[in-house]
Ligand binder design. Structure first.
Ligand SMILES: *Cc1c(COP(=O)(O)O)cnc(C)c1O
Length: 236
């Protein structure tokens, strides 16, 4: 009977992730429609950090293909096997990247959303030569000017964005931000959208489980949603 119980538990979990994906996609479509936008213009990046490979497999079985992880090491443990089974899987790096992990990151990730300093820009540009392809990147902006948070400061962002655009080997797609916890996120999203517009950049990665609907209203093209899909994470 224990086997039966385990199987049932697993089935419930399966359907929870699949059902959560359906619900989040429904909310994305509704927010886009309310903003007069095409829902197809918003990509759901399912953030699977701290969740096991089996949870990602459940999302894949439900038809989802785009994921986000915040650590190179964790992605290296979980994703190569998944990619072998699902060649159309796409993975975004959404956490800080150390320059000594750039080679691994370029092999593992399709998009690096967290470019925020010249040394990292240079390391990625060099790695593009080695990889023989352009590397899709976003610039992370520290819109809340939080000292402990990654991202280029808004005052330095305009110049930095242009140096990333000019760097050979980088395909600059857009901007990304993580608003300060406990602040109204809308002004941060609006600031990022304004900056992207100024630079003619099309992609905006902003909005998480708690605020992706607001982000979509303010122009998000990529929302990074973890908890609303995979459930709560264990505390770090
Ligand atoms: C963890 C994480 C997310 C997802 O957050 P949820 O609140 O679980 O949706 C989004 N973006 C980044 C950068 C993260 O680290």
């Amino acid at each position: 009977m224990i086997v039966g119980i385990l199987a049932e538990d697993r089935m419930n979990e399966n359907s929870a992730i699949a059902a959560n994906l359906v619900e989040v996609e429904r909310l994305i479509a509704a927010s886009a429609a309310a903003a007069g936008r095409d829902p197809a213009g918003v990509t759901l990046v399912a953030v699977s950090k701290t969740h096991p490979q089996s949870a990602v497999r459940e999302a894949l079985a439900a038809g989802h293909r785009i994921f986000g992880e915040n650590r190179v090491q964790e992605a290296a443990e979980k994703f190569p096997a998944l990619r072998a089974d699902f060649p159309d899987l796409r993975l975004h790096l959404i956490g800080p990247l150390q320059t000594n992990k750039v080679r691994d990151a370029v092999q593992l990730f399709d998009v690096i959303e967290t470019v925020d300093r010249l040394r990292l820009r240079d390391a990625l540009a060099r790695e593009a030569v080695h990889a023989g392809r352009d590397i899709a990147v976003m610039v992370q902006v520290n819109t809340g000017e939080e000292p402990q948070k990654a991202g280029i400061l808004p005052a330095d962002a305009d110049a930095f964005i242009e140096t990333c655009r000019a760097a050979g080997g980088l395909a600059l797609r857009g901007l990304m931000c993580i608003p300060p916890v406990g602040e109204v996120p809308a002004m941060h999203f609006a600031l990022l959208a304004e900056m992207a517009k100024r630079h003619g950049l099309e992609q905006l990665s902003m909005g998480m489980s708690a605020d992706f609907e607001i982000a979509i209203r303010l122009g998000a093209t990529h929302v990074r949603v973890g908890t609303a899909i995979f459930g709560h994470r264990p505390p770090p």
